[in-house]
Design a protein around this ligand. Sequence first.
Ligand code: ATP
Ligand code: MG
Ligand code: FE
Length: 346
Amino acid sequence: QLILGIESSCDETGVALVRLPADGSLPQLLAHGLHSQIAMHRAYGGVVPELASRDHIRRVLPLTRQVLEDAGAALPDIDVVAFTRGPGLAGALLVGAGAACALGAALGKPVLGIHHLEGHLLSPFLSSDAPQFPFVALLVSGGHTQLMRVDGVGQYAILGETIDDAAGEAFDKSAKLLGLPYPGGPELARLAQDGNPQAFKLPRPLLHSGDLDFSFAGLKTAVLTQAKKLGGDLAAHKADLAASTQAAIVEVLVKKTLKAVQQTGMQRLVVAGGVGANRLLREQLNQTCIQRGIRVHYPELHLCTDNGAMIAMAAAMRLQSGQQQADCSYAFDVKPRWPLDSICAA
Ligand code: ATP
Ligand code: MG
Ligand code: FE
């Protein structure tokens, strides 16, 4: 079976083709294409929803053609069309959903709406070092920060999550305060390489709260206070402040993640979402996990942020596990807000 996946929840149009083997082995990525709108939104310092929707419209079919060509496949070869149903920007989601349902209807093939976070969560299965269930997952993206216990496809229990900003948001907002362009996460990480992470004392919110929740809103305020205090000297200390910010975010993520692993008694950790590309986070998690004999898995670097491959993969794994069936109703009700644990198997 060939599954086409379409991602359009935010500012990346992603399309991918995955093969679902009949023998029950892991689905294989045949080809994928991505168009990032970062350059377009940069002038506004963030994603402009209306511009995002319009650009998805422009990109989705050419990308689909490209992916099919790269895979040496044709439209009629597609067996199922998967798309991101939510969460995300309503207008952007509608483009992917509309394209998927139109393709499905035209080809007479069923469609399947996928949860974007399940896509992120299962993206490490696309890597050569694929994990095995069960595991603890740290999902760190632009809009979410969650620790989860994952026992199988569709078996997700949230252990803790952010009560305000996501880790990616903390990176992005702090970067903005430092005058770095959107999206600030990777920019801040780059700048931090030249800075001293101990230069500024920044809070480690909820580090000792006893639970597995996070809070990053206060950190951004602390960065702002520090930047104001520096005033005209900010430029000279920018790398130090970036390094201190990154160190604060990463320390909280690593310590809480370790706690989740210990509490659940799991031997395996999976990290997913855009912040999972962060080098310091990977280094510190690797070090912590090696010391304790915990195996840690990541998506490939280029599949940490949004892409179509993770949507096609999640669809393939849902179909394979019998969690869900694709259908021909072509009713594309997108879900801009959609908690991950609401899609769990009973
Ligand atoms: P969600 O998946 O929650 O809807 P999203 O799709 O916008 O949100 P992702 O695409 O998973 O989020 O990730 C984007 C986020 O990852 C941004 O906040 C970005 O700054 C951050 N990010 C990407 N690379 C890095 C990095 N190297 N270091 C820190 N943050 C990074
Ligand atoms: Mg993005
Ligand atoms: Fe995402």
